[in-house]
Design a protein. Structure first.
Ligand code: CP
Length: 307
């Protein structure tokens, strides 16, 4: 199979297991390319891509831009805070004005869940969801799956614990869909108040004791508390959260086996993870960032139909 079953990348929920394997295998080829002295290939020459960021980003924005440039695409960048959106322009008007400049693909991050799906129904371009509110962050899940596969050989039968603010996390939802489609077992761990009510229906294990989750898993993916999405208090204090759900070196070293530590970033050092764990030899956090470029190259290349 050389083609994806979807025209857009709106979420992992829409992908088949074959789609995911195709993206990961294509990303492996691109990883080899970006480690060559000449890192650029002409695969997306004549394709124009607009990166539309209506919400802050460091990793995803830079990673997409680098992926596009490595593929020789023409790139335009848009940040809502410095645009006419602040004068009241609608999302569709903004995007149609950009498309009038002959843009082929749109990569969009937006604070509203469903924004990428909405856009895909109203404009004539390939849409890549770079994170829509607390809904999905498909390329993060794909780069996480790629990084686990690279570290552990494969995903089938592997035990992955996703730990922290599951309720507000688009990374958690996309990871659950992606890991399950790849045959991994998934556990979520965090305070009861930060678990969505529908969590049991996703077929994951639920644990509220951090040590038990860490003893169970091969990989722990530590998530940030998303204070910017919390309009009420979900736990008494950050200090108490850290005492119950923060990962430190003493706890990590006391486990009966060595596990792999991941974090999608941005990290709140000293809250969900201490610096010695984040920067330690069991952490693959920077490998995740490196792999993000290859995975995003694969997604753009496959969606452009250049396979
Ligand atoms: N992981 C992630 O999406 O990071 P940014 O918000 O910096 O893009």
């Amino acid at each position: 199979m050389n083609n994806l079953s979807t025209k857009h990348l709106l979420g992992i929920k829409d992908l088949t297991a074959d789609d995911i394997h195709l993206i990961l295998n294509t990303a492996a080829s691109f990883k080899e390319v970006i480690n060559r002295p000449i890192k650029k290939v002409p695969s997306l020459r004549d394709i124009t891509i607009a990166n539309l960021f209506f919400e802050n980003s460091t990793r995803t924005k830079l990673s997409f831009e680098l992926a596009e440039k490595r593929l020789s695409a023409d790139v335009i960048n848009f940040a809502a805070s410095s645009s006419s959106v602040t004068k009241g322009e609608t999302l569709i008007d903004t995007v149609n004005n950009i498309l009038a400049m002959k843009v082929d693909m749109v990569v969009m991050r937006h604070p509203n869940p469903g924004a990428a799906l909405f856009l895909s129904k109203h404009v004539d371009a390939k849409i890549v969801n770079a994170g829509d509110g607390a809904h999905e962050h498909p390329t993060q899940a794909l780069l996480d799956a790629f990084s686990i596969r690279e570290k552990l050989g494969n995903l089938k039968g592997k035990k992955i614990a996703i730990i922290g603010d599951i309720l507000h996390s688009r990374v958690a939802l996309s990871n659950i869909f992606c890991l399950q489609k790849c045959g991994a077992e998934v556990m979520v761990c965090g305070p009861t108040t930060l678990m969505p009510k529908y969590i049991q229906s996703l077929g994951v294990k639920v644990e509220h004791d951090l040590r038990k989750a860490l003893e169970w898993c091969d990989v722990a993916n530590m998530l940030r508390i998303q204070l910017e999405r919390q309009d009420i208090k979900y736990f008494p204090s950050l200090r108490e959260y850290t005492m119950l759900f923060g990962l430190n070196k003493e706890l990590l070293d006391s486990l009966s086996k060595k596990i792999v530590i991941m974090h999608p970033g941005p990290i709140n050092r000293g809250v969900e993870i201490t610096s010695d764990v984040a920067d330690g030899d069991q952490s693959i956090i920077l490998e995740q960032v490196e792999n993000g470029v290859a995975v995003r190259m694969a997604v753009l290349f496959l969606l452009a139909g250049r396979a």
